[in-house]
Design a protein around this ligand. Structure first.
Ligand code: C5P
Length: 235
């Protein structure tokens, strides 16, 4: 079933308190239906706030990048499912992915992070891997698909090549989105919302272009409009 444009936008609540997050959610109102909570907010009360959001009908992506022994991952995944979250990230290690998939329940879907985008080939070597980022990401994506993982987090630049590995059943979720004219910040490999959708992304994670906008609601609405009409705005 096609996903409505508004539901493809996930706003990253990269804020350090629940008060700030709740104020942002109020400003965004019905323009945004899906929120991502990462380490910063999760460890500052954001897990109970995730429950509040899901109880109020919003969808929640908990970006906790789990990785531990299977039993620990499985128990953690069950607790996250009870928070009403829709997406949870785990690192793309086979045991971790298998444990997460076996434990997931309710509406929770598991996303795998193949290789952190801050890693280059040198960082992999330093971590003990004799392979390139490109090869490892492709191999892990194939393994994730074989295990039945629900989706992958990837840069918009990787979306087209990962789609050929992932097939159509897996969701591709891409951060690194910048509407034309907005500041890149520390993101290096960026794409506009329309280009990312055209490249095959299913969901776009957007933080600063919305959080730091003078009018966050208008910024979110502009991105949704661009998602709805990718061809019209494609550069
Ligand atoms: O503010 P910005 O739009 O750059 O936020 C993007 C969000 O996506 C942040 O929460 C960031 O942690 C996350 N992310 C990312 N790049 C990745 C993985 C996650 O920017 N490779």
């Amino acid at each position: 079933m096609p996903i409505a444009p508004r539901e493809r936008l996930i706003v990253a609540l990269d804020l350090s308190s629940v008060e700030e997050a709740a104020a942002m959610e109020t400003r965004l109102g019905d323009a945004v239906t899906f929120y991502k909570i990462g380490y910063q907010l999760a460890f500052a009360g954001g897990l109970s706030y995730a429950r509040t959001l899901s109880d109020s009908g919003k969808r929640v992506f908990l970006d906790l990048k789990l990785h531990d022994i299977g039993n620990t991952v499985a128990q953690g995944v069950k607790s996250v499912a009870r928070l009403g979250a829709t997406f949870l990230t785990v690192h793309a290690y086979p045991q971790t992915m298998q444990a997460a998939m076996q434990a997931r329940e309710g509406g929770l879907r598991i996303l795998a992070v193949t290789v952190l985008t801050s890693y280059d080939d040198g960082d992999l070597k330093a971590a003990g891997y004799e392979t390139s980022v490109r090869e490892l990401a492709a191999r892990r994506a194939a393994r994730a698909r074989d295990i039945g993982i629900d989706g992958l987090v990837c840069s918009p630049e990787e979306a087209a090549s990962l789609r050929s590995i992932a097939g159509t059943n897996m969701a591709l979720v891409t951060p690194g989105i910048r509407p034309a004219g907005s500041a890149a910040g520390d993101q290096k490999r960026i794409m506009t919302p329309s280009a990312a959708i055209a490249a095959g992304a299913d969901y776009l994670v957007v933080g600063r272009p919305i959080l730091a906008a003078a009018d966050p609601r208008a910024a979110a609405q502009a991105i949704v409009a661009e998602i709805a009409q990718p061809a019209a705005k494609e550069k």
